[in-house]
Structure formats: C-alpha cells, structure tokens
Write a protein that binds this ligand. Sequence first.
Ligand code: T5A
Ligand code: NA
Length: 216
Amino acid sequence: MTTRGALIVFEGLDRSGKTTQTEKLLKYLNENGKKAIIQRFPDRSEPLTGSTIDNYLRNASCINQTKEAIHLLFSANRWLLRQKIEELLKEGTNVIVDRYSFSGVTYTLSKGVSKQFACPPELGLIRPDAVLYFDVDPAVTAKRGGFGDEVLERTDFQQKVRENMKMFENQSYWKKINANETIDEVHKNVCAIVNDLIPKVATNPIESLDEKDFGL
Ligand code: T5A
Ligand code: NA
C-alpha cells in the first residue's frame, strides 16, 4: 500500500520566520530520504491570480475598497493549487505550505470583514495534518530584516492578526511554536513535530476543511 504524504502548514505574522523554517525543513526531510516540496501562498507565480496579488501587496493604498475582492483572489489562488497538492500527497510527497487559509481568514478579519464572508471560500480546501503557528510579538518582528516593505506589515495591523489567530487554538492540528527563539532552536522544535507526524498520518484519509475548522 502506498502511504500518503503529510500536509504541513506554517502560519504566523509577517517576519515570524516561516519562509526560513520551511526551507530548513525541506532540506532536513530530503537529507533524511523523505520526499517533500514547498508550496507558498500566495503563489505569486500562479498564472490566473499570482501577478494581481503580487501587485496588490506591493502597492495597495485603499484597503477598504479592495478587502473583499482581494480576499476572494487569495482564496482562488489556493483553489487553483488544490488538485496539485492532493496529487502530491497521494503519491507520498510531504507538502510544506508557507501560509494557507488561516492567514487568508485572519488577515481579512483584521481589515474589518465579517467571519460569514471570510470563511466560506476556504471550505473544501484540504485540511492540514498540522499547522505550525509561529507565535511572536509584533514588536519583535518589526525589528527583523525587511519589515515594513508591504502594506499589511504595520504593527497595529499585525497585533489584530495575532488576536484573530486565537480562533484556531482549539483545533487538534494547531501547534504553537515560540518564534522568539533562535533559528536553530525553532528548527529543532519543528523537526520534532514533523518526525512524529509523518508516520502517524500516512494511512489517514485526506480530509477537507469544513465549518468546524472556523467555528461556523
Ligand atoms: N496574506 C496571505 C493575506 O492577506 N491573505 C492570504 O490568504 C495569504 C496567503 C504576503 C502577505 O499576504 C498576506 C499576509 C502577508 O502580509 P508572504 O508572501 O507570505 O505574504 O509574506 P513574505 O513577506 O514573503 O514573508 P513574511 O513576511 O511572512 O516573513 P516570514 O516568512 O515569516 O519570515 P522570514 O523567514 O522571511 O524571516 C524574516 C526575517 O527574519 C529573520 C530572517 O533571517 C529574515 O531576515 N529571522 C529571524 N531572526 C531572528 N530570529 C529568528 N528565529 C528568525 N527567523 C527568521
Ligand atoms: Na514568507
């Protein structure tokens, strides 16, 4: 019987260290003979939606007028990759995802959009086996490289996102990681969780996000 790969999502505020850690995890898994790939969201290379989202993130000035439409584009961007992710999992590849529906929902809620609008487009996307949530005070990340380059990176906005992320705390797949630690310490914690996870989910069915994931 072929066993499936694990869907491992990294979530957290801007500059919490997700991209750094997804790359370290990929290298670690490959060196240990495990198939893995990284899928980033937004996927700025996706032909239908990628360049529009990229343009928004680099230039947006009127968040109020665009918040619903950009939300649907972020979600569409994930839907356009859903089948590819499912096929990879089925053939036994571990899929490391850098941001997913949890960013999608919390960033939009933080712009003042309702849960009733924000959550439904995510229903039916593949449910992660684990979400490694990189928890860190926005005052800490504001001091890290590159902070402030994009429109959503202001500290007051990041604080709202951190509050909204608490809506997922009771999900069994939600694993809080202290992102204040050094890059090497965080990597060690990530590897411990992932080493435990991969064999555990190998024969589980692939499931989809539903109302329970969002408290609807
Ligand atoms: N968004 C996204 C939505 O609104 N809706 C959605 O549906 C989705 C998917 C772009 C924006 O889009 C929003 C959220 C975002 O605002 P992005 O492309 O993921 O999303 O953002 P990026 O700018 O590429 O990445 P992030 O800002 O999220 O940064 P990372 O990946 O968390 O952090 P990383 O690894 O790049 O590290 C940042 C810096 O900190 C250092 C690194 O060396 C780097 O300089 N660093 C550390 N320093 C000290 N200690 C540590 N432990 C460190 N780890 C990393
Ligand atoms: Na990133």
